[in-house]
Design a protein around this ligand. Sequence first.
Ligand SMILES: C[S@@+](CC[C@H](N)C(=O)[O-])C[C@H]1O[C@@H](n2cnc3c(N)ncnc32)[C@H](O)[C@@H]1O
Length: 374
Amino acid sequence: MQASDTQLTLGLFSMATAARIHPIAIPEALPQGVSAFPQLRYMGSKHRLLPWIHSALQGLSFRSALDLFSGSGCVAYLLKRMGKEVVANDFLEFTHLISKATVENSTACLTPQDLDLLTHPNRTRRKFVERTFSGVFFDPESLRFLDNLWANLGELSSDYKRALALAAAFRACVKKQPRGVFTVTGNPLRYDDGRRDLHMPLRDLFLESAAAYNAVVFDNGCVNRATRLDAFEVDPAGFDLVYMDPPYVPRADDNCYVKRYHFLEGLASYWQAPGTEILVDTASRKIAKRFTPFSYRKTAADAFSRIFKQFRKSTLVLSYSSNGYPDLEVLVHLMRQHKSTVTVHERPHRYHFGTHDKVAKDRASVREYLIIGS
Ligand SMILES: C[S@@+](CC[C@H](N)C(=O)[O-])C[C@H]1O[C@@H](n2cnc3c(N)ncnc32)[C@H](O)[C@@H]1O
């Protein structure tokens, strides 16, 4: 496959005066095993852009890498497959667990016996999910399945196996949920678009996802880690390269990850962790949003400026899109405060994400950028 990639190098020139280098065709191929990484239908996921990101990263010299906003974990996993020593960081617990299962974990898999342990009926199960979410999400059998799964999780022999089991449960829930987001409540069949997953028992989707996550566990010979920190709390020392894919300030609506995925964030701790208390008056039984300065017009530019400064000793790679704020020119300017050479790769992209109406579809059609500072 050939990429429709355009590359701009911004050394001594400002964005306005920079000469546009001719579009170059970069061969896009992925390291073995990357395309098997389970897709999560996560807002802003770079899964479909991995060949393009890989071709840009391949041209850079680095041994250790940080994926600072790891989300579904697919970019961190690409870096792991490239043989790098990887840290995957995200401030949400459920995304952290996915990276723990796939990036940090090198050996543990869920065996058939583990899956039996997890799915056998457990009479001591609590009924929190069934009681709290009946009539809100899923059917009663699916809700009971999740209560049961949590009751059995403690029987697994390691944290990595538990992380794998929860990763599989998150993916099963996203697959079964209309549009893959937990803002949609009530009878799921109102949103029936014929998708097979809407009609599959959650248990079967879980077993499928467990097999999919099992299949990507491997050892790249490095000690890789998953952390769960606010980006500004991550110690910048020791990373040759930092990949950043923060949330974008949307032109309309909002892009809050907790609003869309609160059910998974709660499920990650069975609603036991601080910050996962249910807001009782909400139709979708939400939990509180988590503030991030990248999501607001007033604070985004300053957040980029601070994060570039924090990681200035590393090669910086920022994913950005034309529907975000601030504009590309501003981001390049901010990165140039700390980096002598800034290169921009650009290509068209369409995000598939809960977009049914035409306006939303148009908004999802964007220019995708990789801004690289070295
Ligand atoms: C655009 S998504 C990343 C998508 C990811 N690259 C992928 O391909 O799936 C942005 C992520 O940043 C995380 N995030 C937002 N603000 C953060 C912060 N201040 N510190 C750490 N993570 C943050 C969100 O939880 C979300 O998972």
